[in-house]
Ligand binder design. Structure first.
Ligand code: ACO
Length: 317
């Protein structure tokens, strides 16, 4: 596989920490020092489908393709107001594509899971171009009456177009069934028969537990993809990590004994955009000319499940 186009779209509304402090018992200082976040983009007048379609169109343009050239759409999303049909089917219509469409929910690791599926499809099906769209609105499942989770997230979408190639050198995925540290339970329709007591919850998170799981799993995944590709941590030009907390990124960096310049971040501007965070960062880095031909890139993410994944690309675009 190789990535031949990237795009992103963020909501226009920027919400600063100080804006949150007007109705939550929090402060700019607490949020900045604990997470690295200064502001986040939140959906107000726009909807997620529009963001996802615009990110997709930008990625197609970047790849020099039209929607008709796309053979498959994989959309990574944790939750949106359409439970069915899939977000990918809705995006397909918006961009005027015609191909099989599927949504996946790998939580914040969704982008790496989507890359893994795309790699398999490219190897086993007679197809050429796959659109991966990561579109997330975590602001719609946190509890805005409490400060623990609502300050951490931002909404956003990013897309990549992948085709056949040899840039993906290794990929590692893991899932451990352990939902207690991080989950969201959606309220479903009542029936005359269901007698179970059901407990619906906006996002519940044990921050300290997630922090520990994230650092150890992400470090281990990165070491695995390096080993599989026969490379060392020093051979990597950039580590694009899931943007959940600058302190998590910093701890992983220290464990890998690498300089800060190799760990780009934009969490300060966008917060945690779930599975969209790595492709948003990738798109920013490409468009600012930071990524050069021949660069070695590692992507690594973690999220609810507990899911984790990493992959290693040699960029030949
Ligand atoms: N403002 C002010 N105080 C707060 C806030 C807030 N927004 N949120 C929590 N606090 C308080 C807590 O109530 C606690 O108060 P107490 O000491 O009186 O009980 C205090 O701050 C310290 O809380 P800690 O949990 O010790 O803070 P910590 O340093 O662990 O930071 C954080 C919390 C930022 C959530 C951190 O644990 C973290 O980032 N964990 C990982 C989170 C993560 O990555 N989530 C997403 C991963 S998966 C995905 O992306 C969906």
């Amino acid at each position: 596989m190789k990535i031949i186009g990237t795009g992103k779209m963020l909501p226009s509304l920027s919400v600063t920490n100080n804006m949150l402090a007007t109705f939550l018992d929090t402060s700019d200082e607490w949020i900045k020092t604990r997470t690295g976040i200064n502001e986040r983009r939140l959906l107000s007048d726009e909807d997620l489908v529009t963001l996802a379609a615009q990110a997709s169109e930008e990625a197609l343009k970047d790849a020099g393709l039209t929607a008709k050239d796309i053979d498959y759409i994989i959309c990574s999303n944790v939750a949106n107001s359409f439970v069915t049909p899939s977000l990918s089917c809705i995006v397909e219509g918006k961009i005027d594509a015609y191909c099989p469409c599927i949504d996946i929910n790998g939580a914040c690791t969704g982008f790496i899971y989507a890359l893994d599926m795309a790699e398999s499809f490219l190897k086993t099906k007679n197809i050429n171009n796959i659109l991966i769209v990561c579109a997330e609105e975590p602001s719609r499942f946190t509890n805005w009456k409490e400060r623990n989770t609502s300050v951490l997230f931002g909404d956003g979408a990013a897309a990549v177009v992948v085709t056949k190639g040899d840039d993906l050198l290794s990929l590692e995925l893991n899932s451990t069934s352990n939902y207690e540290p991080l989950y969201y339970k959606l309220e479903m329709e009542k029936t005359p028969y269901n007698r179970l007591h059901e407990d619906f919850q906006p996002l519940v998170m044990n921050g300290k537990e997630v922090y520990k799981l994230a650092v150890s799993a992400s470090t281990a995944d990165i070491q695995t993809v390096l080993r599989e590709a026969g490379l060392s941590a020093d051979d990597v030009n950039y580590y694009l990590l899931h943007q959940a907390n600058i302190r998590i990124i910093e701890t992983i960096r220290e464990k890998l004994e690498q300089p800060q310049v190799k760990f780009p971040h934009n969490i300060e501007k966008y917060g945690n955009t779930s599975s969209a965070s790595i492709p948003i960062l990738l798109d920013e880095m490409r468009r600012s000319g930071k990524i050069k031909q021949g660069d070695v890139l590692v992507f690594s993410a973690f999220g609810a499940g507990f899911t984790t994944g990493a992959c290693l690309f040699k960029w030949n675009n």
